[in-house]
Design a protein around this ligand. Structure first.
Ligand code: LER
Ligand code: MN
Length: 262
């Protein structure tokens, strides 16, 4: 299990300065937002080389959603996702974090023929076939992220994301687990991790109130023990609010998380 941190949480005049700080504080990776990342890839690769920090992941950053009702909007989303998977491979990231859709459905409910969710599911499977083949060809994973019910109607729990992966059947379509969303949606975080751990290729870390781990009531110890039990050896990236000075709190958080890992 390796610690990573989203770029936006670290203060610094350059990406190299941010990565240098993360290395000193005990982190091993950094996660970038996808939009505009292609243009920064050479600078990022240089900074990674100099600091020893790896790019863990790219977090979304594509335009729109592949589940839009407008074919042109779907096409743009799919193109962006494929391009970001190529960028992920180029900068050495595990893969691209993918939320199929935020908010309510954008395609109509055709019941009694098919509900909007049934149609979304079939559309997603069809598009993930193409996206998955691209992911496989470049060697970067598409990481489906379940979000809590207040952010999406579509995939809220690990189990639902795994079902999509199983149906796609491509080894480069996997899931990620975000402790903030799991705290809302999973009945038992550790039990869900144990059940679906072999599909988990990335983790997001935030406490129950979406602040740094240690500022809420999530039990990270049992979650990390479950991840360990499933053989998880990839990155866990901080995605949360920082209640104070990040230069002071990010090193403390790394120490706290390592303690929780045991
Ligand atoms: C959104 O709540 C979230 O957790 C992000 O990782 C989605 O890109
Ligand atoms: Mn997340």
């Amino acid at each position: 299990m390796k610690l990573s941190c989203q770029e936006g949480l670290v203060k610094g005049a350059s990406v190299e300065e941010k990565m240098e700080k993360l290395a000193q504080w005990g982190y091993e990776g950094i996660e970038f937002w996808g939009s505009g990342l292609k243009e920064r890839s050479e600078e990022i690769k240089r900074a990674a080389e100099r600091t020893g920090i790896k790019v863990s992941t790219i977090c979304a950053g594509y335009r729109g959603t592949p589940l839009d009702s407008d074919p042109q909007a779907r096409k743009i989303a799919v193109q962006d996702i494929k391009e970001l998977l190529s960028v992920a491979a180029d900068i050495g990231a595990v893969g691209l974090i993918f939320v199929p859709i935020f908010g309510p459905p954008r395609i109509p409910d055709l019941s009694p023929y098919k509900s909007a969710i049934e149609l979304e599911c079939e559309l997603l499977l069809c598009l993930l076939d193409e996206i998955g083949r691209h992911a496989e060809s470049v060697g970067a994973y598409l990481l489906i992220e379940p979000l809590n019910r207040y952010e999406t109607h579509f995939i809220n729990r690990l189990e639902q994301a795994v079902e999509i992966c199983e149906r796609v059947g491509n080894p480069y379509v996997r899931i990620m687990a975000d402790f903030f969303h799991m705290n809302i949606e999973e009945a038992d975080i550790a039990a869900s991790i144990k059940a679906y751990g072999k599909w988990i290729y990335h983790v997001h870390l935030a406490d129950s109130n979406r602040l740094l781990p240690g500022y809420g009531h999530t039990d990270f110890k049992s979650g990390f023990a479950a991840l360990k039990e499933t053989g998880f050896d990839k990155y866990m990236a901080l995605e949360c609010g920082i209640p104070g000075d990040s230069d002071e709190l990010l090193p403390k958080t790394a120490a706290y998380l390592k303690e929780c890992m045991g």
